[in-house]
Design a protein. Structure first.
Length: 156
């Protein structure tokens, strides 16, 4: 099963989520921005954002390809609580990325309580995965831009 890595950069505040293949692949990945916008530390509800990962495969066989999408834990090294580091230093901004709108399944690689979705991807129809980002409320952080780098891996 070939492994293709795509580098994802997520920045809170002025957020973006993008993917760049590490080498040419039979599957093409495009990502829409995960834009959290401004974070208000006095809000009593979580700050939410969504992004979409679209996977188009052009494999040699006519049968659909089994494809798995995984995300790394980022700088925290922990799927249970990802962290973004601020440009001004100080405490990190905690967040996570989920595969469900109800925020019940943390996106990861299948380890540490995370899940990595799998789908059959046909040449004629892309697989669109919606990612749900959430920043818990009332985090006392300094003003600045917060970021974390993740690696998305496509297994097929």
């Amino acid at each position: 099963m070939p492994v293709f890595r795509f580098f994802i950069l997520m920045i809170a505040g002025c957020a973006s989520l993008s993917a760049t293949p590490a080498w040419p692949a039979a599957c093409r990945v495009t990502v829409t921005p995960l834009a959290f916008g401004s974070y208000d530390l006095f809000m009593t509800t979580a700050k939410a954002a969504t992004a979409q990962v679209t996977i188009n495969c052009n494999h040699k066989t006519t049968a659909p390809a089994t494809v798995q999408l995984t995300l790394s834990p980022g700088s925290s090294g922990n799927f249970g609580q990802r962290t973004m580091i601020g440009s001004a230093g100080g405490l990190p901004l905690y967040y996570n990325i989920y595969s469900t709108a109800g925020l019940s399944a943390v996106m990861g690689d299948g380890n540490g309580g995370s899940m990595a979705p799998v789908a059959l991807v046909d040449k004629t129809a892309p697989w669109v995965v919606t990612l749900y980002g959430s920043i818990p409320p009332r985090q006392s952080v300094l003003v600045g831009t917060y970021s974390d780098s993740l690696i998305a891996t496509i297994l097929y």
